[in-house]
Design a protein around this ligand. Structure first.
Ligand SMILES: [Fe+2]
Ligand SMILES: [Fe+2]
Length: 161
């Protein structure tokens, strides 16, 4: 499986699979951060913001699927144990200990900014070595940029209340 795909990427396969697995761990943690935040968030604009969190959660899960597909194409093994999410993560997990909508929004903006930076790094690492992963990183980064913008717009609205 994936012999030609691996051949094209050549010597960088291991490094790229490791980066993809790091991103995969981040996506699962981002998924849960949004999903649980949508359940417990409260305060002004609760409904509209938690609805948005649910949409973002779905998209983070979609990203996880895209990453796994590419890892398998490259002959790698996707992270199999949830405990490894914490070991591999680049952006970490921000537990919503304070369920205020404003606090959750700020936590998630920070996580999105980290994700944007990471996908930029992944794209840079793949630009010459692996064009498929390069375009995958850009496609996911486009969603993260739009997530950041959504959340920042809600924070602005909240500040005007
Ligand atoms: Fe994502
Ligand atoms: Fe995101």
């Amino acid at each position: 499986m994936g012999t030609k795909a691996r051949e094209i990427v050549g010597k960088d396969v291991k490094k790229i699979v490791a980066l993809l697995n790091q991103a995969l761990a981040d996506e699962w943690l981002a998924y849960y951060q949004y999903w649980i935040g949508a359940k417990i968030g409260h305060g002004p604009m609760r409904q509209i913001v938690t609805d948005e969190f649910e949409v973002h959660a779905t998209e983070e899960l979609k990203h996880a699927g895209m990453l796994v597909e590419r890892i398998i194409q490259l002959g790698g093994v996707p992270v199999l144990e949830p405990k490894e999410w914490y070991e591999r993560t680049h952006c970490g997990y921000a537990a919503p200990n304070n369920p205020s909508i404003a606090v959750l929004l700020k936590q998630n903006v920070k996580s999105e900014q980290c994700a944007i930076g990471f996908y930029q790094k992944l794209a840079d690492a793949c630009r010459d070595a692996d064009e498929i992963t390069y375009y995958l990183a850009l496609a996911i980064m486009k969603d993260e940029v739009s997530h950041e913008e959504d959340l920042e717009a809600y924070l602005k609205d909240l500040a005007q209340k």
